[in-house]
Design a binder for this molecule. Structure first.
Ligand code: FS2
Ligand code: SF4
Length: 537
């Protein structure tokens, strides 16, 4: 196997025997083959589009299949076999409708009948099979990982009824690249990667419309970090619809719903917070599930990402839904969470009341813009000297304490906007406020990066300057491929001076890094003191 798509990749170069994430070689091969099969579907879908044939169901299926290869989503070989077979079926049906046929390459790929034989077929799809110039390989991988993130956001939006055929058209174009007979030079691969970032802004706009249109704009909300006496279910991942369906199905059943990881900001949505049994938040970021889940006395549901190998002490009460998969766990289909509810009712639940500390969520674009006048006055008067966006993924590798220390050391006349699971490094810090404006503002999940971008654009509009001229610095942490595509979006928007950590992606070669430094002044994090000094002068 060879996989280098996430930040915790082995030795900073690539996982070659087993994934640091727990991915087995068999699943790694099946994921490569899923991507290869998707490239075949993409070649046919592009031909079909030339003839005016667009199939929304196939578009969405393609995005789902790519999303399921993202880090920590699906570890179940049998599910990948199904995806590969379905992708090829869709390709064949579309080829008949479009009257096209391919005799070589991924659009002519026929999957073997057994998992073992599929594993052997995956050789053609391995990343290491690409013998192009290393810088081109680096850009192809950047594009592929960016497209995995884009597919995730497009799927999240589609689940809430928000789609744009142009987003899927780009996914097909990007997947076909390298197999479409077009020779691209370095500059053209860079262009494709930036187009991926630009398309992602549209996907995130759709997702924002889906989330806020369905559940309302998040409002400032206190979330208890403790618990109360009752049966309980813990929900992890990012999917608001899964959470909503679970809230409806548990109504009046004597079960409280708690969030874990990236689900924390969902407490701010009016159409979710109206459920009185949507109680609080348990634990911190995804990588702490082995430590935190044994202490949760109820059922646990994983939506989207990030699942780690369930430990023996709690695996009998972990359930998956949507694209998430782990062999041997019960998978809930079609929003039927009855198995999760049964398990929660069997479990003891919390047997005492321990409310604990509260944290505030709900500072999405609507809330922040509603006090824009106050914020602008505070900047003009000097009460707010600088904004920091400290956001991105959390992870297990050392070096992420940088973000805790950075936020702790930000001067009292500065405001910290945050989003995604990286916030768990400092989410419960009491930073106080500036004239009633909290110094720590939780914009939401990584899925809400669109909201943060809109806040920056609105501030730039108010100050009649570009985003790069604002007193705003981006200090980002990355882990998986949603972070890759958000970074591509920021670059496509021309955002400069981003600080990135805790380490730079293994798939970026020195030449590609030089390009990023020269054109965008992107830089690795150093120490909180040094970076704060450099930013604030
Ligand atoms: Fe965090 Fe994990 Fe949000 Fe990423 S919960 S690292 O996949 O999507 O962010
Ligand atoms: Fe390794 Fe990350 Fe790939 Fe898992 S997803 S195999 S940890 S590079």
């Amino acid at each position: 196997m060879f996989c280098n798509q996430c930040e915790q990749t082995a030795k900073g170069t690539g996982c070659t025997t087993i994934g640091v994430c727990g991915k087995q070689p068999e699943v790694s091969a099946l994921q490569d083959l899923t991507v290869y099969a998707l490239r075949g579907l993409a070649l046919v879908a592009l031909e079909a589009r030339k003839k005016g044939i667009v199939d929304p169901a196939i578009d969405h299926y393609g995005a789902k299949a790519l999303f399921t290869t993202l880090t920590n989503v699906n570890f179940d070989p049998a599910r990948f076999q199904t995806y590969i077979n379905e992708i090829v079926k869709h390709r064949q049906a579309l080829a008949v409708r479009a009257g096209v046929s391919f005799s070589t390459g991924p659009a002519s790929f026929q999957p073997a009948a057994t998992l073992d034989a599929l594993g052997a077929q995956a050789e053609i799809a391995a990343l290491t099979a690409d013998k192009s110039d290393p810088d081109i390989v680096s850009l192809k991988q950047t594009l592929l990982y960016g497209m995995k993130g884009l597919a995730a956001y497009a799927d999240h939006a589609a689940v809430l009824g928000q789609t744009d055929p142009e987003v899927f058209a780009f996914l097909f174009k990007g997947l076909a690249a390298g197999y479409d007979g077009v020779q691209r030079d370095l500059g053209q691969w860079v262009e494709l990667a930036l187009e991926c970032g630009k398309t992602n802004l549209r996907a995130m706009e759709l997702l924002d419309a889906g989330n806020t249109g369905t559940y309302g704009h998040p409002v400032p909300t206190q979330v208890p970090l403790g618990h109360r006496k009752n049966k309980c279910i813990l929900v992890s991942g990012h999917d608001l619809r899964d959470l909503h369906e679970l809230l409806k199905q548990t109504e009046g059943k004597g079960i409280d719903i708690y969030t874990h990881g990236e689900m924390l900001p969902t407490h701010g949505y009016p159409e979710l917070k109206k459920y009185p049994h949507f109680y609080g938040h348990f634990g911190t970021a995804w990588q702490n599930q082995h430590k935190e889940f044994p202490a949760f006395p109820g059922a646990i549901l994983f939506t989207t990402n990030c699942i780690q190998k369930p430990q023996d002490s709690y695996k009998d009460r972990v359930f998956t839904t949507g694209l998430v998969g782990w062999p041997g766990l019960v998978h809930c289909e079609n929003y039927d969470f009855s198995a999760v509810i049964r398990k929660a009712l069997e479990m003891p639940g919390f047997t005492d009341d321990a409310p604990g500390k509260n944290v505030m969520v709900g500072f999405g674009r609507n809330t922040v813009m509603s006090v824009a006048g106050q914020v602008i006055d505070a900047v003009k008067s000097g009460a707010i000297r600088h904004f920091f966006l400290v956001g991105g993924c959390d992870g297990a590798k050392p070096g992420r304490n940088y973000y805790t220390e950075f936020v702790e050391k930000t001067p009292k006349d500065t405001v910290v906007l945050t989003l995604a699971c990286g916030k768990f490094r400092f989410f419960d810090k009491e930073l106080g406020d500036i004239g009633g404006i909290p110094r720590l503002l939780d914009v939401g999940q990584c899925n809400d990066a669109y909201s943060a971008i809109q806040i920056a654009v609105a501030l730039a509009g108010a100050f009649e300057c570009g985003v790069n001229d604002l007193p705003l610095s981006l200090v980002l942490s990355w882990y998986e491929q949603k972070a890759v595509v958000i970074l591509l979006t920021l670059l496509a928007l021309g955002i400069k001076d981003i600080r990135l950590g805790p380490s730079l992606p293994a798939f970026i070669t020195p030449n590609v890094l030089n390009f990023l430094v020269q054109n965008y002044n992107i830089k690795p994090i150093t120490t909180p003191d040094e970076d704060l000094k450099a930013i604030l002068g």
